[in-house]
Design a protein around this ligand. Structure first.
Ligand SMILES: Cc1cc2nc3c(=O)[nH]c(=O)nc-3n(C[C@H](O)[C@H](O)[C@H](O)COP(=O)(O)OP(=O)(O)OC[C@H]3O[C@@H](n4cnc5c(N)ncnc54)[C@H](O)[C@@H]3O)c2cc1C
Length: 274
């Protein structure tokens, strides 16, 4: 059982995702397993987690932790309920045994085609391997699980783009050099691809003697490129998220409507690029 849950699950709107999971669970294609916990089970798991032994990091491994990659044990130490508002959030779930909302929910996501391996969603961790097995076995349903792969935190290396790059990922001091991908401080697959695309288009344009292409700030591609290129003493990797887009001129409470409008605005801005 691999433990490197996908941190991106924590970042995408959890509630929307849960709706999606519940839909999936109702269909034949269920690729998630929910492990509901009652209060007592959660508290036992919590106590074991916060007192478990972690790996001693080498000096070069120590760094500020990207919020989206927060190890589960560090998140837990922020407060007893923190996990219940994060990766173990029970909103949207009903425990079929009690017909009530569970106290917390751990989710397993299918990891191989045969459905024999699952990973724990949102469980980045620095716990020692033996501790991972011991602590995670306290999760209801996992007492007899076989652990085939353990979680390991990864290091994210990036340059200080906020000083070095412009919003086309071009080195300010040498316009013949571009950077793309996570080395620039974008975080994630699509984000890395988007930076590569901006670079690719701009390199071609430059070779053809054309103007540089700057994506509008109100598109996600442009917002990310601008975040990267904006001076920031506390520069940290950034993933695509609605928070980096400029606000709409109006206050909209319903997130779906708001995000829809932000997307429409971005498409309009893209269509306006010549
Ligand atoms: C464990 C883990 C889980 C992740 N999960 C997700 C996820 O679920 N969703 C998501 O969006 N993102 C995830 N990410 C982040 C994502 O993998 C990266 O953001 C993305 O792959 C970065 O793309 P990149 O092209 O910049 O770099 P990479 O994908 O790292 O590509 C760099 C390439 O350069 C090669 N290379 C390095 N040095 C040299 C050299 N000197 N010469 C030649 N080649 C070289 C490397 O071998 C590699 O192939 C995860 C990352 C990790 C480590």
């Amino acid at each position: 059982m691999p433990f490197t849950g996908n941190r991106y699950d924590q970042e995408r709107g959890k509630e929307e995702e849960i709706e999606d999971w519940e839909k999936r669970l109702g269909s034949q294609e269920a690729s998630y397993i929910n492990l509901p916990m009652n209060k007592e089970e959660y508290e036992t798991f919590y106590k074991e987690l916060v007192s478990a032994e972690v790996v001693t990091l080498h000096e070069f491994e120590k760094r500020e932790i990207f919020e989206g990659c927060m190890p589960i044990e560090i998140m837990a130490k922020r407060g007893e309920d923190t996990l219940r508002f994060g990766p173990l959030k029970p909103v949207g779930f009903t425990d079929p045994r009690t017909t009530r909302r569970p106290y917390a929910v751990v989710q397993l996501r299918q990891d191989d085609v045969n459905g024999t391996i699952y990973n724990l969603v949102g469980f980045q961790t620095n716990l020692k391997y033996g501790e991972q097995k011991r602590v995670f076995s306290h999760i209801p349903g996992l007492a007899n699980a076989e652990f085939v792969k353990y979680g390991v935190m990864h290091r994210n290396t990036y340059i200080n783009s906020s000083e070095l790059l412009d919003n086309t990922y071009c080195l300010k001091k040498n316009p013949n050099i571009y950077f793309a991908g996570q080395i620039t401080g974008v975080e994630g697959y699509v984000e890395s691809i988007s930076s590569g695309m901006v670079v690719g288009l701009n390199v071609v344009n430059k070779l053809q003697g054309k103007e540089k292409i700057e994506f509008p700030k109100n598109t996600m591609i442009g917002a990310l490129a601008n975040y990267i290129a904006t001076p920031n003493e506390k520069f940290q990797p950034m993933n695509a998220n609605f928070g980096i887009l400029p606000e709409l001129g109006e206050r909209i409470k319903d997130k779906k409507v708001k995000y829809g409008k932000l997307a429409d605005r971005a498409i309009e801005a893209l269509n306006a690029i010549k």
